[in-house]
Design a protein around this ligand. Structure first.
Ligand code: PLP
Length: 457
């Protein structure tokens, strides 16, 4: 509404809008400014003051095909005109939700053929934990219920999913984690304690830590292990060589299910359709969200293996219909956005672009900043990249947290017209651009990062 002045909107914003993941006091006291986004096209967003920024984080690593795709907007509008809503309980569906299920099954690893829908990554992971518990109850092992996650993992911010998340900010003052949820070591090679370990040795060490936890607790009490193929919000950390093979062996040995949380990696971000394929993981459940619709509409999913499906089916034969449903499961508008988005990914071969331009971005970042005295590590995979800053490269010491280094650098980058993300834990600057990024746009990201780091450090 152009009648409203920026001052009016800003007043309402500070007075009434409870923003997620925001310092409420600072925002209310206006020690932090707001930003009202009005439009976007390609990899650029614009705000109400007419400023344009290259979004090198694709929103929250979700607008994978880029902004302003009319194919998806049209599909949403058509669906809204024809049928804005009907539920999917007791066998109801829409052409969009049925077609999307088939398309997801075709893109999932072999033997994963059923999709349950939610609205976001958090509720999908809540579904997953319930399904794992149901599964073990049907199999007659009611004690096998604990879930192992990793420190630095991110799986959402609900009660269960906030517990699965292994970042202190998401636990503090919320009485989390819940007692059934345990955390094991993060596969964070750069931050390993024993520097003499090779990547493979560190992977074996992480697997041994996991197995020690399983044996301490008793394998008959552990239901599942959940992990992102590449740690995302915890710092954009690809796993060390051999990690998933080593973990998978331990899980198989102790009959523990694997949930691959592919909310970030699903549908192309690593340069392969699924992150599980990239690392040869054999999950029983895959969580999908962001890249499923490129965030044009809220939609998430849990892809279930045939092995689990058979038990769930048996469970309903024995106990009646499954008591789990959301009003908006498989919402037609989300499903229509999903179909159009997956078609666009194929048509423009954007997964290959994520691989090729992602590699270019990572290399250019390493060339520009690899030798800087305060850059400890530059790492990435596909269209993901992170720059980790350290006080001292030799012993990898941290800057004092009160210096708020990464947020300050990200602030300087914004002044140069580029949005990056200060990751929540550690001095890590994260990049996850849309897959449609060009080389010139990648160069612009690297230049802004370099100039801002040099300005502050
Ligand atoms: N899982 C992963 C790996 C995520 O990165 C996120 C969000 O960033 C979630 C789950 C939670 O998704 P949502 O914010 O849609 O609830």
């Amino acid at each position: 509404n152009k009648q409203l002045t920026n001052d009016q909107l800003t007043q309402w914003d500070h007075d009434h809008f409870f923003h997620p993941s925001t310092h409420l006091g600072q925002f209310a006291r206006r020690e932090m400014s707001n930003r009202i986004i009005t439009g976007a096209n390609g990899v650029y967003i614009t705000d109400r003051e007419g400023r344009s920024s290259l979004d090198a984080f694709a929103g929250l690593y979700c607008v994978n095909v880029g902004y302003g795709r009319t194919e998806i907007a049209d599909a949403i509008a058509e669906q809204a005109h024809e049928l804005a809503y009907y539920h999917s309980y007791v066998g109801h569906g829409t052409e969009a939700s049925i077609t999307l299920s088939k398309m997801i099954a075709e893109r999932a690893p072999d033997g994963m053929n059923h999709v349950y829908y939610g609205l976001g990554g958090s509720d999908a992971n809540e579904t997953n934990i319930k399904l794992v518990w149901y599964y073990n109850n049907v199999l007659g092992r009611p004690e096998k219920k604990k879930i192992i996650s990793r420190w630095r993992g991110y799986h959402g911010s609900g009660l269960v999913t906030g517990s699965l998340t292994g970042l202190e900010l998401f636990h503090k003052k919320f009485d989390l984690p819940l007692s059934q949820i345990l955390h094991t070591e993060a596969p964070y090679y750069y931050r390993r304690n024993d520097l003499s370990m090779s990547e493979k040795q560190f992977s074996a060490h992480c697997a041994a830590e996991l197995e020690a936890m399983i044996e301490r607790e008793g394998a008959d009490t552990i239901a599942a292990f959940i992990g992102e193929p590449v740690l995302g919000t915890g710092g954009i950390v690809p796993p060390p060589q051999g990690y998933w093979d080593a973990i998978q062996k331990v899980l198989n040995k102790h009959d523990i299910l694997l949930i691959a949380d592919e909310v970030v990696t699903g549908f192309g971000r690593l340069g392969t359709m699924m992150g599980s394929d990239h690392y040869g993981m054999k999950p029983d459940i895959i969580t999908i969200a962001k890249g499923l619709t490129s965030a044009y509409a809220p939609l998430s999913g849990s892809i279930i293996s045939d092995k689990m499906w058979a038990v769930l089916e048996r469970g309903t034969d024995e106990n009646g219909a499954i008591g789990h449903g959301w009003t908006y499961s498989a919402h037609p508008i989300g499903a229509a956005a999903g179909v159009a988005n997956l078609k666009l990914l194929d048509k423009l071969d954007l997964v290959s672009n994520a691989r090729n331009i992602g590699q270019y971005l990572n290399q250019a970042m390493a060339e520009a900043l690899g030798e800087h005295a305060h850059v400890g590590e530059i790492r990435g995979e596909g269209m993901l990249c992170a720059v980790e800053l350290v006080k001292n490269r030799d012993d990898r010491t941290f800057f004092d947290a009160s210096e708020k280094l990464a947020p300050r650098i990200v602030g300087k980058m914004l002044e140069r017209g580029v949005i990056a993300r200060a990751m929540p834990q550690g001095d890590i600057i994260g990049f996850a651009p849309p897959f449609s990024l060009s080389r010139e746009e990648a160069d612009k990201i690297v230049e802004a990062t370099k100039a801002s780091i040099i300005e502050i450090l």
